[in-house]
Design a protein around this ligand. Structure first.
Ligand code: MV4
Length: 446
């Protein structure tokens, strides 16, 4: 096992990883920007190293400073958390070249899965359903028109290097294809430095369902069931639940088997998430693989009892997965509400600043992952998510009640939050009936 791990992240995920390390008897090194001197992850880690000024490009994305921090402290492994450098294969490669362990998948897995066209081809070759569309990248408007004619409108244009919704355009008729094609291309070029795009049939009002997988370095693969992340706004998830109200045990097995097939096809190692769209007829289609631990991993931990972050560290230390698929019980229901410092009534404008009074709910079946404290000043330079409120209960109905009770107790003063907005969603009839798709929030009146 590692003696010392460096956590190349901030906020609640850094705190979560520090906890896992400590439970495994591993010393921890936090890194921080000048704007994060007072942050919780810095205070609770065994050691902390400043890696640069407030700008992420000069701190949390600064590969050389992060690796230098390992050298200074003697850390032998890096956990990238989620966001920042977590899915950057150049970083993973550099970490390896410096004789350090990257706690995550291999460079080649990150590369294959980062190329959405390659990933889709590989996945369809092993018999996992994908959405019909162009066979590879689409070179010009004429080709785009031909593909669209064949598969029928509406279509969606996506970036080869994309993911997370950037560079995406939906086109409903031939007359709109030209401008959408060029907009998508230039957005892809701007975001990813790669303007290649491909086309798929657009699935109307699907659910976003994703399957958590774990794979060790000895060829063992398991899945931990699905999460439904349909309650999202502009690709920012707001509520996630495990399991999906739309998935029964039979479909869970099919999705899980498909996710494991995907992981095997790219010789995946460590924790990953295989994303699917689920249409109204419960057909599922592979979308992409997130090659990192996700923000919403905690709800899967609550319904399976598997500690995903500890598993990641053990896997990176070459340990065998000691959990068999048959032994995993998919029990109860879990929900996560992301608590953001923002103003939903003002277009979700971020609301950084000093937290005066703080009361964090607790109790049976309640878990809150966060990195805040009373007197803490939320810096304006980073994500505005300040806490993840998770509940676990035996049924979905009880989990919703528990979440409403916990939200009502949550007190954060000094900044605006989305707590009341979350309550509003939980009172919504469609949400309560489990009737959600990725358009749910945009249809919600408030
Ligand atoms: C789609 C789709 C509909 N049809 N592909 C957006 C981000 C990326 N993960 C996949 N995305 C989508 N791909 C086809 N063929 C709708 C989306 C989509 C979406 C998916 C999941 C969660 C939120 C979303 C928001 C907008 C669009």
């Amino acid at each position: 096992m590692f003696n010392k791990v460096l956590i190349a992240n901030r906020g609640e995920i850094a705190v979560r990883i520090i906890h896992a390390c400590r439970e495994l008897g591993i010393s921890t090194v936090a890194v921080y920007s000048e704007a994060d001197r007072e942050s919780l992850h810095v205070q609770i880690a065994d050691e902390a190293v400043c890696i640069g000024p407030k700008e992420v490009a000069k701190s949390y994305l600064n590969m050389k400073s992060i690796i230098a921090a390992c050298e200074i402290t003697g850390a032998t492994a890096i956990h990238p958390g989620c966001g920042f450098l977590a899915e950057n294969s150049k970083f993973a490669k550099m970490v390896q070249a410096c004789g350090l362990k990257f706690i995550g998948p291999s460079v080649s897995s990150i590369d294959i899965l980062g190329n959405k066209i390659k990933a889709k081809r590989l996945v369809s070759e092993v018999g996992v359903p994908v959405v019909s569309g162009s066979s590879g990248s689409v070179a010009n408007v004429n080709e785009a028109l031909n593909v669209a004619k064949k598969i029928g409108y509406p279509i969606i244009i996506k970036a080869k290097a994309g993911g997370g919704g950037k560079g995406i355009r939906v086109v409903r008729s031939a007359q709109d294809i030209e401008s959408a094609f060029f907009l998508s291309k230039s957005e892809a070029e701007a975001y990813f430095g790669d303007g290649e795009v491909y086309i798929e049939k657009f699935i109307e009002n699907p659910r976003h369902v994703e399957v958590q997988v774990l794979a060790d370095e000895h060829g063992n693969y398991i899945h931990l069931g699905e999460r439904d992340c349909s309650v999202q706004r502009r690709n920012q998830k707001l509520i996630e639940e495990a399991f999906s109200p739309a998935v029964d045990a039979n479909l869970r097995k099919k999705l899980g088997d498909a996710a494991v097939k995907v992981a095997k096809a790219c010789e995946y190692v460590n924790a990953g998430t295989v994303e699917f769209l689920l249409d109204k007829n419960k057909n599922f289609y592979f979308m992409e693989v997130n090659t990192r631990v996700q923000v919403e991993h905690g709800i899967t931990e609550l319904v399976t009892g598997v500690d995903i972050v500890k598993a990641q560290i053990k896997i990176a230390a070459n340990k065998k997965l000691n959990i068999k698929q048959e032994k995993i019980n998919f029990n109860g229901h879990s929900i996560e509400c992301r608590i953001n410092a923002e103003m939903p009534e003002k277009g979700f404008m971020p609301s950084p600043g000093r937290i005066d009074e703080l009361y964090i709910p607790c109790g049976n079946g309640i878990r809150v992952d966060h990195a805040i404290y009373s007197g803490y000043t939320i810096p304006p330079y980073y994500d505005n998510m300040i806490a993840k409120l998770m509940v676990y209960d035996s049924t979905r109905k009880e989990a919703i009640s528990k979440m409403m009770s916990a939200l009502a107790e949550f007190i954060v003063s000094g900044v605006h939050t989305n707590i009341d907005f979350q309550l509003k969603i939980l009172r919504n009839k469609d949400f309560r009936n489990g009737n959600v798709d990725i358009g749910f929030l945009s249809r919600l009146k408030y």
